[in-house]
Design a protein around this ligand. Sequence first.
Ligand SMILES: C[S@@+](CC[C@H](N)C(=O)[O-])C[C@H]1O[C@@H](n2cnc3c(N)ncnc32)[C@H](O)[C@@H]1O
Length: 277
Amino acid sequence: MSTQADPEKAFYEARYAPFLELRPDDLRFTPAAFLADLENPRKEIYERKELYRATLNALARLNLSGKRVLDYGCGTGDFGLWMATAERAHVTFLDLAENAMEVCRKRAEFSGVAARCETVARDASDLACFEDGVFDLVYGCSSLHHTLKYDGAVSEIMRVLKPGGDLVLSETYGNNRLLNALRRWNWKREKLSYDQGEGVIFDDEHVAILRKHFTEVSLQPIGLFSMAKRALRGRFHLASARAMVRTLQLTDAALIGLIPPLKSQCGEVLVVARGRR
Ligand SMILES: C[S@@+](CC[C@H](N)C(=O)[O-])C[C@H]1O[C@@H](n2cnc3c(N)ncnc32)[C@H](O)[C@@H]1O
C-alpha cells in the first residue's frame, strides 16, 4: 500500500465504519429500491440523479449478463450491486478502504448475489492481483480522479481490461474554472481536501489521456447552471428547490442547444470508452 494513499485510506475507513453497524435490511440492495432512492429528494443520491440515470442506461447498453466487471473505487458498492443484481454481471468490488469491502461483502450476501461477487481491498493504482485482460468492463463512480495522481493508473486499467473492453466513468467534470474555484473553496472550508483525495478534478486533459489508450471515447456532460443544485443540498424535499433546479436544467438545455461547446463547462460527465482490440 503506498504511503501517499494512507491519509485517504484513513479518511474513507472512518467514513465507511458506520455502515458496518447497519442491519441486514438496511444493507440489502434491490434495483427497485435504488431507482426509488434516485427519485427521492430526501436521499443523498437524488442530487446526482441525472448523471446516475445516464450511467444506468449506459450500463444497460453493454449487456453485462455473465460478464466480468471491476467496480473501481467502489465505496459501499451501489453500482457494483446494481450490475450484479439488475444486469447479472460478475462483479469485483475494489477499494482502498477495507471497511468498504466488508460492507460490500455483506451487501452482496444480503442481496442474494454473493456467488457473483468478490471483494478486493487494494490501492487501485496497482492492480497486480489481477491477470491481464480479465475484465469486460471497468466502472468507476467518482473514483478515477483519486488515482490519476499515481503513475500508471490508466495503464493498469488498460492491462486488466480484455481487448475491446469498456471503461465507464461517472465523474465530476472540471473544465469550468468558476466551478473548480467554488469546489476548492468548499473543500478548504471543510478542511478535507487533502485527506479526502480531491486534489485532482477530472477534466479534458484526462479525457485526452483516455483517448490515447481507448479507440472510442464518448462524453455526456451534465449540468451547467443547474450545478447551483449544490447550494440547495439538504433542501430538495422543498418543491421550490426542485422547481429551481428544473428551471436551471431547462436553461442549460436551451443554452447548450444554442452554443454546443458550452457542454465542456458542465460540472458532471459520463464517460464511455472502448479499448483497442
Ligand atoms: C468519492 S468516493 C466514491 C465511492 C463510490 N464509487 C461511490 O460512488 O459512492 C471515492 C472512493 O475511492 C476510493 N479510493 C480512493 N483512492 C483509492 C485508491 N488509490 N485505490 C482504490 N480506491 C481508492 C475511496 O476509498 C472511496 O471509496
